[in-house]
Design a protein around this ligand. Structure first.
Ligand SMILES: NC(=O)C1=CN([C@@H]2O[C@H](COP(=O)(O)OP(=O)(O)OC[C@H]3O[C@@H](n4cnc5c(N)ncnc54)[C@H](OP(=O)(O)O)[C@@H]3O)[C@@H](O)[C@H]2O)C=CC1
Ligand SMILES: CC(=O)N[C@@H](CCC(=O)OP(=O)(O)O)C(=O)O
Length: 344
């Protein structure tokens, strides 16, 4: 299968190139840019030198549909909602890495993203690509809204509880991310001297991933309460850790919780449970498509602590996007993604 990438000069696009270069069924047909056409992608990213030297092309949906079966849109929020209508009647599947097509309620999107939402029809067509939990719909889809990085870590950690435990009182999500989550473009917030030796909370009560997480947990169980979510910037390049505290309104036991997680994830190749009493760190998944999870239960407070880690550029973006492409085209779910994490 041939694929093209819009936004190839960004971190998500570059990670897609790295994976596709190693994939047995996906081949890179073309890379596209809105600002650097005519340059080689290896000029932008010298680590691709002699392996991927494709020239960046302009974004021409009709031309792309002639040479590709699938296009990845690795563009900032607000761009793909304008691009997707041009692909509408063309024979090409779409995986959008941005937040544009994830939120079904247009008013909610506008409230949290502070941008005009995509057309109703496009949003209706897009299938939410949380690979582990929406497989049946992804298999049939021709357009995927790839989940956000924090929602991926959070939802994989919460799923076994929300889906099976009806009595949940309260959910607090305390999340941390590395700086590559902000993309490649320059900003004061990701400046070395403002990130190094610093720990910063941001977008307090305003984070755009809040409605995405709530949309999915309420789809699993409509009685689930709203979440308290906070994001922190940590001086590291890659990685997300979501530490979640879930209060239940009846006594349970570690064994009951553990059994739910074990049965939820025993057949899911990219979700690994840490043995009781041990917890993952971001380096356990660095550069890989794994989501590692650790769980504990405090019988003094009736709170369950879940720690979920991913690499934001892999399972949080490009890795999950390729996992979804594998499902859409009927390949093995793990094709091209069987990297062991880079350690140390
Ligand atoms: N970084 C991460 O960890 C994650 C990112 N995402 C999402 O994935 C998407 C890509 O993120 P990321 O790669 O980090 O972002 P970057 O900022 O690194 O890259 C985005 C790319 O989009 C291109 N672009 C900018 N404006 C336009 C435009 N008007 N039309 C077409 N292309 C444009 C730019 O390339 P050029 O100028 O060459 O066109 C740029 O390189 C975003 O929506 C992000 O929210 C999702 C999960 C995790
Ligand atoms: C460090 C940092 O700024 N991270 C970004 C990650 C957003 C992202 O990539 O997700 P979307 O596709 O939903 O925008 C943030 O927290 O907003």
């Amino acid at each position: 299968m041939k694929v093209s990438i819009v936004g190839a000069t960004g971190y998500g696009g570059a990670e897609l190139i790295r994976i596709i270069n190693n994939h047995s069924h996906l081949t890179l047909a073309s890379v596209h840019s809105s600002s650097k056409t005519g340059q080689a992608i290896s000029n932008e990213y010298p680590h691709f030198m002699h392996e991927v030297d494709d020239i960046l092309l302009e974004i021409n949906p009709e031309q792309m549909a002639k040479t590709s079966d699938l296009v990845f849109l690795a563009t900032p929020n607000g761009i793909s909602k304008g691009l997707t209508p041009f692909f509408k009647d063309l024979n090409i599947k779409i995986i959008d890495l941005s937040g544009d097509l994830r939120i079904k309620d247009r008013d909610e999107y506008q409230k949290w993203y502070k941008k005009e939402a995509a057309d109703e029809e496009v949003i209706g067509r897009a299938v939410y690509g949380l690979s582990e939990w929406n497989k049946e719909n992804i298999l049939q889809a021709d357009m995927i809204a790839n989940p956000g990085c924090f929602p991926t870590a959070t939802l994989l950690g919460l799923a076994p509880l929300i889906q099976n435990f009806s009595a949940i009182e309260d959910i607090i999500i305390d999340a941390k991310t590395g700086v590559s989550g902000a993309g490649r473009s320059l900003s004061a917030a990701s400046h070395f001297s403002e990130v190094n030796e610093n720990l910063k909370i941001y977008k307090v009560l305003e984070h755009q991933h809040t409605p995405e997480i709530e949309q999915q947990i309420k789809a699993w169980n409509q009685h689930t309460p709203n979440i308290s979510f906070s994001a922190h910037l940590v001086p590291m390049t890659r990685g997300i850790m979501a530490t979640m505290y879930v209060k239940v309104d009846r006594g349970t036991s570690f064994q009951e919780i553990w059994d739910l997680f074990k049965s939820a994830y025993e057949d899911k190749p990219f979700v690994r449970l840490h043995p009781p009493g041990s917890f993952p760190s971001t380096k356990h998944v660095y550069g890989s498509n794994y989501c590692d999870i650790g769980v504990a239960y405090d019988d003094r407070t009736n709170r369950i602590t879940i720690v979920s880690v991913i690499d934001n550029l892999m399972k949080g973006a490009a890795g999950q996007a390729v996992q979804n492409a594998n499902l859409m085209f009927g390949f093995n779910e793990t094709d091209g993604l069987q990297y062991l994490p880079l350690f140390p």
